[in-house]
Design a protein around this ligand. Structure first.
Ligand code: BES
Ligand code: ZN
Ligand code: ZN
Length: 503
């Protein structure tokens, strides 16, 4: 999908020519003096009538299309509901723009114009509002058509114009759009990578994506091949990859946006299983195709470093992707096998389907060599996360209060909220093994917690946060700006954290 171009300018909506003019409205409010009323006047009171007859009320998710018949320069007017003013959040704005962009595409318009809403969420600056608007529009119009002979969903909306009221706003709106376009573009990239089937998006292909990014953005790239991993002693990652004909990869990308060479970096680690069959502990057939998205974490840290470089964020950032395919096979790891991890600790593999924590164990241990200022891993790690949190909250664990708070706040801003879970050492008794330092499953109860606790044994002593996105990485239905299928959720969370950190 080509990312929509977004332009910012000063203008009066009633005077702008446009294929579609989008007007946002809060439920239960009168027409806003500045834009609503001026448009209404030119249309001979049509807006007032629509509101009075309750044909359009301004409820969240509501849209109404109106042909202007030349009464204003814009051909069509699209009313979009923001919901109640008192409940207005950045995410309500993002969602409204998602609905708007989809409706614009439905009517086969290639572009639209929208003013910054008259009502702005409490405590939010124009930068944040413009960012949310850009994100909603780009993410809402997402479609994955790479393998369709006919473009069933309709052609992409190519351009959006964001209208500000006065010149003084321009700098902030432009900055917001710049950030929003970058974060949304990153999430779109993740959705694409996860939508591609596993016969295309193999470990080798992921390595190629990393090569392209490194070349385009001028990043330092290192790719460890199987023999390098053998030399280093990454027994856990190698164990997971054993059943597959696709050789594993270990990808390290580095971006330095600071002048200081010696600044301690933020290190992001993403689980990159290009397909998770479960291995010898084979998964049931139903919904197994979702496991092509078991690489969401890796795609997200890849997209994040690309976006950080494009935004020229002033920080040092390293993204690490342990990449493998989890397959059964003649050489596959078997329940009871013991692997030696890069850290030296041994693990009894009681269930080959708990593979994410194995590849992450080696990646987190590898991350220690960078002495991270903050270490964040993100993974579609446990089915237990889905059970515990449903589809709207992301699981978060961590050792550092400040880092956890930063991630939590970024989640609220991004509309990708995390919920903290306990990382108490008491749970470790569930991970004890009779034959090795630990086992890779924790038995019944607290599955998301025992997985996180397992990781903590490899995450070192510095600030660390673990994010379990198994709950949100795949959506069963289409929402305002979230498609059915791979969602890319977690990408904007990571990026917002990086943006806020470098401000
Ligand atoms: N990739 C899965 C977790 C998952 C499940 C992600 C559903 C997204 C949706 C992971 O590798 C896995 O299979 N975990 C097992 C662990 C168990 C064997 C301890 C699980 O959760 O069932
Ligand atoms: Zn698994
Ligand atoms: Zn998995």
């Amino acid at each position: 999908m080509k990312i929509m171009q977004i332009d910012v300018k000063v203008g009066r909506p009633e005077a702008e020519s446009a294929e579609v003019l989008v007007v946002t409205h809060c439920e239960g409010e009168g027409l806003h003096k500045q834009d609503g009323a001026a448009i209404d006047k030119s249309l001979g009171g049509a807006l007032r009538d629509l509101l009075q007859s309750k044909e359009f009320e301004g409820k969240a998710g509501e849209t109404l299309l109106y042909h202007t018949h030349g009464k204003i320069p814009a051909k069509r007017l699209l009313l979009v509901g923001l919901g109640r003013k008192k409940d207005l959040t950045l995410d309500a704005v993002r969602q409204a723009m998602g609905y708007a962009a989809k409706r614009v595409r439905q009517v086969k318009a290639g572009s639209f114009t929208v003013s910054v809403p008259a009502a702005v969420p409490k405590g939010q600056s124009p930068v944040e509002v413009a960012q949310a608007m850009a994100e909603g529009a780009i993410l809402g119009s997402y479609q994955f058509t790479a393998y369709r002979s006919e473009n069933g969903a309709g052609k992409d909306v190519e351009q959006m114009t964001l209208l500000g009221q006065h010149k003084g706003q321009m700098r902030q709106l432009t900055e917001g759009v710049r950030r929003g376009a970058a974060t949304a573009e990153a999430a779109v990239f993740v959705r694409d990578l996860c939508n591609h089937p596993s016969n295309v998006m193999t470990p080798a292909r992921i390595a190629n994506e990393a090569r392209t990014i490194a070349k385009d953005e001028g990043l330092t790239l290192k790719i460890l091949e199987q023999k390098d991993m053998e030399q280093l002693g990454m027994g856990a990652l190698l164990g997971v990859a054993r059943g597959s004909h696709e050789p594993p990869k270990f990808i390290i990308l580095e971006y330095n946006g600071t002048k200081k060479k010696e600044e301690r970096p933020v290190v992001l680690v993403g689980k990159t299983i290009t397909f998770d069959t479960g291995g010898i502990s084979l998964k049931p057939a139903e919904n197994m195709e979702h496991m092509k998205a078991d690489m969401t974490g890796g795609a997200e840290v890849l997209a994040s470093i690309r976006a950080a470089a494009r935004l020229k964020l002033p920080l040092r950032l390293i993204s690490i992707l342990p990449v493998a395919e989890n397959m059964p096979g003649g050489r596959a790891m078997k329940p009871g096998d013991i692997v030696k991890t890069l850290s030296g600790k041994t693990v009894e593999v009681q269930n080959t389907d708990a593979e994410g924590r194995l590849i992450l164990a080696d990646a987190l241990a590898y991350a220690q060599r960078y002495d991270p200022a903050a270490l964040v891993d993100i993974a579609t790690l446990t089915g237990a996360c889905v059970v515990a949190l449903g589809q709207f909250a992301i699981g978060m664990f961590g050792t550092d209060q400040r880092l956890k708070e930063q991630v939590r706040k970024a989640g609220v801003k991004a509309g990708e909220r995390v919920w903290e879970m306990p990382l108490w050492d008491e749970y470790f008794e569930q991970l004890r093994s009779d034959v090795a330092d630990m086992r890779n499953i924790g038995g019944r109860g607290g599955g998301m917690i025992t997985a996180a606790l397992f990781l903590s044994k490899f995450a070192g002593d510095g600030p660390w946060v673990h994010i379990d996105i198994a709950s949100t990485d795949w959506s069963e239905r289409e929402r305002a700006y979230v498609p059915k299928g791979p969602t890319g959720i977690g990408t904007r969370l990571l990026l917002q954290y990086l943006i806020d950190r470098s401000l």
